[in-house]
Each structure stands twice: as C-alpha cells, then as structure tokens.
Design a protein around this ligand. Sequence first.
Ligand code: NAI
Ligand code: MG
Length: 368
Amino acid sequence: MANPSILILAGDGIGPEVMTEVKKVINWFGAKRDVAFDVSEDLVGGAAYDVHGVPLSDETMAKAQEVDAVLLGAVGGPKYDVLDFSVKPERGLLRLRKEMDLYSNLRPAQCFDALADFSSLKKDVVAGLDIMIVRELTSGIYFGEPRGIIVENNERVGINTQRYTESEIERVARSAFELAKRRGNKVCSMEKANVMESGILWREVVQRVHDEEYPEVELSHMYADAGAMQLCRAPKQFDVIVTDNLFGDLLSDAAAMLTGSLGMLPSASLGAPMANGRPKAMYEPVHGSAPDIAGQGKANPIACILSFSMALRYSFDLGAEADRLEAAVEKVLADGVRTADLLGPEGGVPVSTSEMGDKIIEALDASL
Ligand code: NAI
Ligand code: MG
C-alpha cells in the first residue's frame, strides 16, 4: 500500500522557515519510527502569485484534494498589500478551505507547564490545561444571505444573517463527538438558544446526534456568553467545546490566549471522510507570515510542529506518535530552550528557529 501523502504549502514570510523544521520532524519519523509519508511541496499565497499570477493554481488545488493531509505555513506580506482583493495571498487559503469543504476547525488550548507563568491567568487555573474548541467554519453569519448594506428610511442598514441547516450542525457535532472519544469523552455545546432560533436548532440537533450516535459521550449545553465567562474562570472544566462560526471565532481566540504565545498555537481544519476513511484535512499554525521577523531565524517553529502532531493524531491515527512529539516539545521547553517570543520580562538568550527544531529532534531521539 502506498504511504500516506502530505502536501506541504509553506507560503510566505516565516512560513518556509518554520516548515523547514517540520520537515526535519517528518524525516525523523520516517527514519526512526518507520512512519513514512509521501511528501510533495507546492506554492501558495504570495509565493504562488509571484510565479502563477494567482495565490493558488488549479493544479495545486487539485493536488490538495487528493492528498491525505495539507500542511500549510502562512501567507501574506506587505509586498502583496497593493494587489487586487481577488488575488491577495489570503484568497489562496480561503479557496483551499472552501473547495475542500473544511467545516470543522479544531483549535486546541493546551498549557505547557514550563510556560504556565506566561498566561494572564493564575498558574493553577491554567497548569495542565488541555481543551479543544471545535468551530464550525463554512456556514453561519459569515456566509448567510441576505447580507449587505442597504438604505432604508434615509439611513444605511448593515445586514448579516445567521443561518444553519440541520445537516451543517449534524456534521460538525459528529466531528466534536468523534474527537471527544479520543480525548476526555466530554463535549460542551455553546450557542445562544435563549435569544436565537439558530441556537435553538443547534442545541436540539447536537442533542439528537448525541442521543442517537454518541450516548456514551458526556454532553452539556451552555449559552456562549456564560461559556466565555467559564473559560476565563475555570477552563479546565472543559474537554471539547463545539460552537458555531461566529462564537467559535471569539471563543477560540480567547481560549488560545489563556496559554501564551502565538508561536505555540496549532490548528486543524477537517472536512468529510474521503474514500479511505480519513477526513479531508489541512493543518496550519494560527499565526501569520510575521513579516516583522521574517528572514531573521527568529520565528518559533513549535506552532507548525504541533500542527503536524495534530495531523499524526487526526489524519493518520498515530496518537502515540503525536504524544511522543508533544512530549518532546514539552521536554525542550522544560529545559528552558526559548525562541525570542517565549522569553519573559527577565530575558535570557533566545535560540534560533533551526536550533529549536534541532533541540526537538534531540528530545525525540532521547524518547527512543
Ligand atoms: P502575524 O501572526 O503574522 O504576527 C503577529 C505578531 O506575532 C508579530 O509580531 C509576529 O512577529 C509574531 N509572531 C507570529 N508568529 C510567530 C512565530 N511563529 N514566532 C514568533 N513570533 C511570531 O500577524 P500579522 O502581523 O497581523 O499579519 C502578518 C501577515 O500575515 C499579513 O499579511 C496577514 O494577512 C497574514 N496572516 C496570515 C495568516 C495565515 O496565513 N493563516 C493568519 C494571520 C495573518
Ligand atoms: Mg479570529
């Protein structure tokens, strides 16, 4: 049988720099754990525009549809700010998400002990935190019709519409329950069923999917505003949180910041299962192309490396290898190895992007 396939789209700015470190990790798993992937690389964002005049070529789009997982670095940069909206680097990313129909966006908020002091919350509130926000990504108020700015009674009116079909709610609910089964077996669904009809339907459908298909998973419901309070007050009460596109946008950003630097945050976007049973999938760090530090070897590669770890777990069913990689990251942080973004006010000597990658490889070696 062919090896599982990965398409690397490193993109712009620090994208290629952090992806170089991910490639070291991928090669390590091939050499030392006999976990081999067929890796191909292509262009996205400004890098693709420079060559093809578009931020994602049709050929690259077709490849992304065929592989088992896409790993994306970051896109964008000041050089491309002058471009027409239709060919901006970000459009490449949006095209991938839309055409692969990646409806389930996974954003973990995980607190590495060595960085617990970094949080804006008290150490004991976040130490050991490991939660996952599942945000519906392809529907809801960012897409609903009618939308626009119209004139009514001599003044302008801005309109957006929150709209969810039952099948859209069902599929993201399933995605959350499946995740919970591999984690803490607990899902909290968040909406505003007290004031929104789409929230009433959301609650009803999530409950039905639970009762019919996942009765063994513990399910609770919370109004999203109360959920935001609970996330700040006692985040460790949660395991998986499932919510709509708008609330998920806010809650996942807030939850992520419970644990520190942008350079640490991975994400996954999953779609429907393919013929081989694996979900359509794209993995990428939450951060952008960081033009302010690009080309200087300062970027923290951990967000991108942890995105690959999510690929091991959610695309390739290699949870034990993902645990190994995450433990290696934890070990390196515990040893005090820090890229510049992870240095506190007391300072210290930062390591470079490639030194951080090498330290993680050393820790992986030590895990054997
Ligand atoms: P950004 O995430 O690129 O940078 C924000 C700040 O965090 C900067 O000071 C940067 O140096 C720092 N930072 C980000 N990642 C880091 C890492 N791995 N290690 C150390 N420090 C890191 O967001 P910004 O500045 O708003 O956007 C820059 C460009 O990236 C823009 O063109 C924007 O459109 C694009 N962008 C792309 C995204 C993507 O590809 N998914 C997401 C967000 C922005
Ligand atoms: Mg956001």
